[in-house]
Write a protein that binds this ligand. Structure first.
Ligand SMILES: [Fe+2]
Length: 319
């Protein structure tokens, strides 16, 4: 921080006793909320204001530091486009998206009725989802236009993988026909197709429909670790915190089915060196998978069988 020296000076003058500050300010801000405020905001803003004010008093936050934080957030907004969500990335490296995802899942499960199997845990959506990926037949590949001229051709050959499984209902453990399995992951260069002009449109993205037995299958690549984009404010923040930007190799899924709650999740390749050091804190034990060698299939050197278990829609948040 450019103004850290002056910030330290101010703090030394102020001391650390936050009781010297005007504590009635917090109450005044909370009391300013009007009787016709949005109900949810009226419920949660007193807590947010108290935490914000307590934080500022606890750390003796200075004007220079607050200005730096404002500029960081402004920079996130200026950088965000339909291809890059820097503000979401900032939340991700602070663990906020993972925490909110966990809270939402807990709220949903706490309203559940008895079930015969546990639903697949959710994981964060992340900033690289694109809707309307191509609908593809089961057994086809999401790798598009791969040729020997591609810089990661050899890796794509050695990491070609077949993934198959079922979509099941947690209430009955029965398979769900006509479920949609929406999948996306990076190329071996660690880039999603919208980050990389050399990749074909919608490369490594696809949607598959489960058959009458609730089964899906497709070819993809074993995922590789990649750094989250660190050329913007989120990256600068990571550097200031002496943190690495890497995510362990993972594959994203959104699984949806009639009369069932849509599942957003990721699976993580057990082999990855960053499996215990995810820069966005999304790894859960139940989502760590092990690819096994696949014999006699020229399209895939590795194989994974993985089932997704969805909750019925009856499990909804009670507002
Ligand atoms: Fe990702």
């Amino acid at each position: 921080m450019s103004s850290s020296d002056s910030a330290v000076d101010v703090r030394s003058l102020a001391g650390s006793d936050h009781h010297k500050y005007d504590l009635t300010l917090t109450d005044k801000v909370i009391a300013a909320t009007g009787p016709n405020a949005h109900p949810r905001l009226a419920e949660i803003m007193p807590s947010l204001v108290r935490h914000l004010h307590d934080f500022a008093r606890e750390v003796n936050l200075t004007v220079d530091e607050w200005t730096n934080a404002i500029e960081l957030i402004n920079e996130c907004g200026r950088m965000s486009t339909d291809r890059r969500n820097e503000t979401q990335l900032l939340c991700d490296i602070l663990g906020l998206e993972t925490l909110v995802d966990e809270i939402t899942a807990n709220l949903l499960s706490s309203t559940s009725s008895s079930s015969s199997s546990s639903p697949t845990p959710s994981a964060i959506l992340g900033p690289f989802y694109r809707s309307n990926a191509p609908l593809l037949p089961n057994g086809t590949s999401i790798v598009r236009n791969l040729t020997p001229s591609c810089p990661w051709y050899e890796t794509a050959q050695s990491d070609a993988a077949h993934i198959s499984g079922k979509v099941l209902s947690s209430s009955t453990s029965l398979p769900i026909p006509n479920a949609i399995v929406d999948v996306w992951h990076t190329a071996p260069n660690g880039l999603y197709e919208q980050q990389d002009p050399s990749q074909p449109e919608m490369n490594l993205r696809g949607r598959f429909t489960t058959d009458a037995a609730g089964r899906f299958s497709f070819y993809c690549l074993r995922p590789v670790a990649y750094p989250i984009p660190d050329d913007g404010p989120a990256g600068k923040f990571l550097a200031l915190l002496d943190r690495h930007p890497y995510r362990p190799g993972h594959i994203h899924f959104i699984v949806s089915a009639p009369e069932h709650r849509t599942l957003t999740t990721q699976i993580f390749d057990q082999r990855d060196e960053y499996i215990a050091r995810d820069s966005v804190f999304a790894v859960k034990d139940e989502l760590v998978v092990r690819f096994v060698p696949r014999e006699g299939d020229p399209m895939g050197r590795w194989s994974l069988e993985y089932d997704f278990v969805l909750d019925p829609v009856a499990r909804t948040v009670v507002a």
